[in-house]
Design a protein around this ligand. Structure first.
Ligand code: CTP
Ligand code: CA
Length: 222
């Protein structure tokens, strides 16, 4: 009932959500990618659309159906994801949950790389664009940019430094030693410019709803 009462509260607001992994081809049969079910990002897109927002979900390959009321733009590489995100600007808020592959092959082989007697190939990698950072320094920067960070060590220290490095307003950190990938539950810490708040373990839909509550409060105040 609480959720129904909130229906329509984000009408007229534009949101961009990135989700899922990116996939970077090495050759026609192999790729470099990251673990990411897309569940957390899809849940956020769904919660936003449920409240009447205009939501563009720029998604790498996942097994999930597009949530109802959400405009999904499917991409595979980081460069495609960046271009699709920039094409959606201006938006009020961007939420970047995608597990973007940090690197891609410097040269993508046009034919299948074959095994040879010389042993395994050496792959030369180059860095992919940072979509979150690019949105943060964009001329049409959203009013609020939210990043996510999966960490395995020194979660809070790394996440606080990452928020500043990326230039985002909020960073949602999670400790991925707890086996969050593909799971339905999540334990996160929301870091903004003043504090870091630990949320109790809850399902990813609840994380999405609480985050969207915080976003609504921000939009009312700004
Ligand atoms: N991100 C992005 N584009 C990239 C890399 C990351 O948009 N090329 C976004 C992710 O969607 C996430 C945030 O940045 O919201 C943090 O991602 P993470 O991989 O934790 O940060 P990195 O800066 O890549 O640092 P690390 O070396 O820990 O991977
Ligand atoms: Ca990364």
């Amino acid at each position: 009932l609480g959720q129904l009462a909130r229906g329509g509260s984000l009408a007229g607001r534009r949101f961009l959500v990135t989700a899922g992994p990116t996939v970077e081809p090495l050759d026609p049969v192999r790729f470099l990618s990251n673990h990411s079910s897309g569940k957390q990002g899809y849940a956020i897109a769904e919660a936003l659309a449920f409240r009447g927002a205009d939501v563009a979900l720029v998604s790498g390959p996942t097994a999930l159906a597009a949530p109802s009321g959400v405009r999904r733009i499917q991409v595979s590489t980081a460069r495609e994801m960046l271009a699709a995100c920039e094409a959606e600007l201006p938006v009020d808020v961007a939420v970047c949950t995608a597990a973007v592959s940090d690197w891609r092959a410097k040269v993508q082989a046009t034919g299948k790389i074959k095994k040879t007697s010389e042993g395994p190939p050496t792959l030369e990698l180059i860095e992919n664009p940072d979509i979150l950072a690019a949105l943060c320094r964009h001329a049409q920067r959203p009013k609020l940019v939210v990043g996510f960070a999966a960490e395995t060590d020194d979660v809070l220290v790394n996440a606080k430094a990452k928020r500043i490095r990326k230039g985002c307003d909020w960073l949602v950190a999670n400790d991925v030693r707890q086996g969050v990938f593909g799971a339905d539950r999540n334990t996160v810490t929301l870091i903004d410019g003043t504090e870091a708040v630990n949320w109790p373990e809850m399902d990813k839909r609840s994380v999405a709803n609480l985050l969207v509550d915080r976003i609504e409060e921000f939009l009312i105040a700004h």
